[in-house]
Structures are given as C-alpha cells and as structure tokens.
Design a protein around this ligand. Sequence first.
Ligand code: BGP
Length: 474
Amino acid sequence: MDVKKIFPEDFLWGSATSAEQIETNSSNDFRGGKSETTWNHWFNQEKSRFFDQQFSQNDFFSKYKEDIKIAKSLNFNSLRVSISWARLIPDGKNVNEEGVNFYKEVFENMRKNNLKVFVVLHHFDLPMFAQNKGGWVNKTVADDFAFFAKKAFTIFGNDVDAWFTFNEPNIVISGTYWKNGIYPHENNFKDGMIAMWNMIVAHHKAIAAFRTLNLQTKIGFIHAIIPAIPRSNHQADLKAARMSDLFEIESFLEPIINGEFPQELIRELEIHNLWPKDQILDEEIKLIRDYKIDLIGLNYYTPNRVKSLSYMPNWNNPIAPETHWFNHYDLQNKRMNPYRGWEIFPKAIYDILLMIKNKYQNIECFISENGMGVAGEKQFKVNGIIQDDYRIDFHKEHIYWIHKALNENVNVIGYQMWTYIDNWSWLNAYKNRYGFIELDLKTGNRIPKKSATWMQQLAKTNTLVITTAEENKY
Ligand code: BGP
C-alpha cells in the first residue's frame, strides 16, 4: 500500500551548484575576464591530485540557458548557484562588467523560469589574489570579502531571493589547514583557528554591509552539518562527540545565529594555548553580537561516528580535532555509500532539524544540500538511461524524515539536492556522479536518468509517495 506525505504548497524543491564546479570547461578557461582561483592554480601545479586529471568541464558559462531550462523541467521552483569572486572582481578592486552581465543574465533566466534565485558568495573558490596575501589567516582578506559582498549586493540586490555569505566554511577550514584537501593544505592547527575566526568576522562584515542597503531580500549562511554519534554512552566517548560537535557545528552556528563563539570551545583551546586570543578584536566581538541572519541552509550527507582517543596526543604538535580531541569510530556493518566512502544515515537529517528548532530559535531553515555520489553509473544503463533507483531511495528516505520534522513544527522551507546535473567534485573530479541528469563528458550532452522522472513527479505534486513497507523500514 502507498502512503502519501504532503508538503506545503510553497515548499521549495531545488538543487544546489557552485561556480567553480560548473562554469568553466578547463583549468585554463578564463573567458569573461575571470581570474585565477586556488583551484585553477592547484590543478595546474599538481594535476595528479585530481581524479583522472580532470578539471570542471560543465561549461555553464555558455550553456546556462540550457541548464536552467533543465532545472525547470524537473519542476524545481528554486536553484542555488554561486558568484565566482574571481569573476566579479578579478583583481580584488575593480568590478568586471563582463562578470556583471553574465550573472545578470543567469539570474534573469532563472526568474523567467520561475526559479527562486539563491546565491552564495563563497563556495570553496578563493581567488589567487586573496590567497597570495595568505588567504583566510590574513585579516585583510575578511575586508576584501566584505568589499566583494557589498558590490554584489549593490549590483544584484533584490534580483536575488536569498543571499548566502559562505557555503561550508567548516570544510574550508578543515580541508585547508587540518586535512590536506584544499589548497594550500597547510597542516597547521592554529592557523586553522585564526582562519576560522576571520571567516566568521568576514561573514558578519558582509551582513553589516547588507543591512545598510535596506534590501527587500533575505540573507543567510550555509553550513555542512556533520553530527557526531558517540561509540558508546561512556563518558569519554560522550566527551569525544561533544568536541566533534563543538568543532564541526557550534564553532560556526553559535556566533552566526546566537551571536557568540562557544565559551566551552574557547576553554578547551586555552588549556593547550591554541585559542588565538591576540588576533581577536573587541570590535569584532561586537560585530558578531550585533548582526544576525534571516535563514540557515543545512548541508547534510553523513554523520561523524566518534570515539575517545586511544593514545596520549602530542600537544606540541596539534594536527586536527580528530587526532587530538576524538577519533573516528568505524562501526561495523553500517550502511555505506561505498563510492564516496560515506555512511548513509537518513534519520540524522531529522535530528539536525530538531536541533535547529531547539537550540537555534527555530530560525527559518532549509536543507541546502543532500545527495548520493556514485561512480561508474554507466553500468546501470538500460536503453540509454541510467537506472539510479539507489538515488531515488536515498532521497525518498531523507525526505520522509524532513516531513516528520515539518510535522513537529520545524520551520523548514525547502529541500535542495546535490545536484541536478552531474558536476565536478573537486579532487574527485567526475568520479562520483550526483545528478538527476547525466553529463556525457565526451559530447557534453545532458541525459536524464531515471531519478529525473521521479523528481519531476515529486516536485509537481508536492507529495512523497512511499510504500508502508518502506515507512516501516525507515
Ligand atoms: C559539499 C560541497 C559541494 C559538493 C558536495 C559533495 O561539501 O558543498 O560542493 O561537492 O559536498 O561532495 P563531493 O563532491 O566531494 O563528493
């Protein structure tokens, strides 16, 4: 028997993308006056770090009209893109008119197709002019970001339905300073803390600039929520989970929604002389207290299973939260996406939404990314169409839990999936594909997968249809 879960009429269905992952067709594609980003730079220096030595080749720069129509054809009513800082202000000072025209066209096309325009200002893509100053460890980069943000707000203002300062700055910090995944992959714990503080300040400076313009539109922030699940209820494992949540979630959500960096984390860092006190200005603390967001985007893929450390860490050489405060716990027989190496644990999306309701004043929120990247999807082709039932099942189960949270009065307004057309996944390049639409790298053709038809139906009817057997299994 079928069960129907009906969503509010104005519920947002859509997808997220980002400039660096879709706009270009090679690492040397600087059409339209874009300047070099850390990704261009890193790729050209060290191609072997990238799967199959491939750079982004979606070519949204010339195919945006076609791709926006595809988004509409899935019955989406919203779409998230990002503005490339290196395209809008290539030298950090002067606005590039070609960049302005490109994004104006993109937003106009989105509106013509009745897609609400969601725009992020920074999605992992730091321009090299900012990196050459030392990147986020240099406070002036926060001012440069606020300058870029203000220009973007002034130029595009109310053409955008919802603005967002950053996408997943926690991943930027861990990737750049703790885990060797984002250029210049420094392995320097303390620099990571300084950069984290500066990104929080950069966010608030941008919000302050936004508020001076009195726009009729909203502004928010997008975070990767990686909730900790402790190995056991033993005090040591619970403490490990608490530390993971402090680093991954509260370090950003507390200052950004509640106006203050968590004292508990400061105390922990101070014990080891790792809190960059000398870098923190009174005026920055005030700025953080004074400027708030209107809505929060929550990216969720996988939880973080943790356990207490099984060794004494060397505090003279702190590396990362997961080497010095907790360890990853490898639960046997967990449900996995083996291609990405991520655990699949849909109920966490409900827990996250409840956390927003209970700890963050039920601020307006939406799921801003969630999806399943699978390698070698061509093997699932029947009559030319990828039969991605695993993707449909993945989304159905997550949507079920979102509906449950909605029924418990969480202020959740939408579900944007990663992502509608296969795109470039950073170091994994085109290995794992997330799309409802296949991108054929040889021809550039966009070919709907089976999930595209399912998606069309879901968004058209605002109704999730599952069987009772599925409901019982969830
Ligand atoms: C998020 C990023 C996206 C996207 C997604 C999937 O962290 O915001 O840009 O890439 O993860 O991850 P991946 O592409 O590494 O598989």
